[in-house]
Write a protein that binds this ligand. Structure first.
Ligand SMILES: [Mg+2]
Length: 216
């Protein structure tokens, strides 16, 4: 399915792609609203309404994944809460064997994420993936999120990859469209981003259900 001999670089998203997005869905949609409702003395449904509107307003910005921004704005210690919950981080099935496979093929492997560097540190600390991810590029390093074409232009300057010899895997369709517009040749959309939620996959990019299906 993937012509490995034509690929030098593999770019991988973290949340929803390597890691089960259930962690994030639960964290932001259930746990944070619950803590916020206690803090403000409001009902859970009102807290959810306020927070979902606030999250929506920051979509596709760096604030969206900036845990210090949300700590300040909400008056909650999001970093401490993440650390407290970090035992719930789960790696998707087949990821580790896939990372071993591409390491053995001597591909350049880069984690490319909108997640905040502190979040990356907390989450990867709960997994055994770090030795396989030589380079980590957070969109905060670039200054714009992955949904922006500008991200990819700057990422190319920093990482020096050949976009015609690069495979990029992400669960976010808007991100994949930006990477496509930039010219990354091989694109896959991780399906089943959350183990608990049925997701209708797009038809724009080939879906990847399990990473070990890429192993020859
Ligand atoms: Mg993702």
């Amino acid at each position: 399915m993937i012509p490995w001999e034509k690929i030098d670089t593999v770019l991988l998203d973290m949340d929803g792609t390597l890691l089960d997005r259930h962690f994030d869905d639960f964290f932001w949609e259930e746990l944070v609203p619950e803590k916020f409702s206690h803090l403000k003395g409001i009902s859970l449904s009102v807290a959810k309404k306020q927070l979902y509107a606030a999250f929506k307003g920051e979509e596709r910005t760096l604030n969206w994944t900036d845990i210090y921004y949300w700590s300040d704005r909400l008056g909650l210690d999001i970093v401490a809460l993440k650390m407290e919950m970090s035992g719930q981080v789960r790696v998707h099935p087949g990821v580790l064997s896939f990372l071993k496979f591409i390491r053995d093929l001597q591909k350049e492997v880069v984690l490319v994420t909108n997640a905040h560097p502190k979040t990356v540190q907390i989450k990867l600390g709960q997994t055994d993936l770090s030795p396989y991810l030589e380079t980590i590029l957070c969109s905060s390093d670039i200054g714009v999120p992955k949904e922006a074409l500008e991200f990819w232009k700057k990422a190319e300057e920093v990482l020096l990859f050949d976009k015609t010899k690069t495979l990029f895997i992400d669960d976010n369709e808007a991100v994949l469209h930006a990477a496509d517009a930039f010219g990354i040749k091989y694109l896959l959309q991780k399906s089943n981003a959350s183990s608990r939620r049925v997701q209708i996959s797009s038809t724009a990019f080939p879906p990847l259900a399990r990473f070990d299906s890429l192993i020859d």
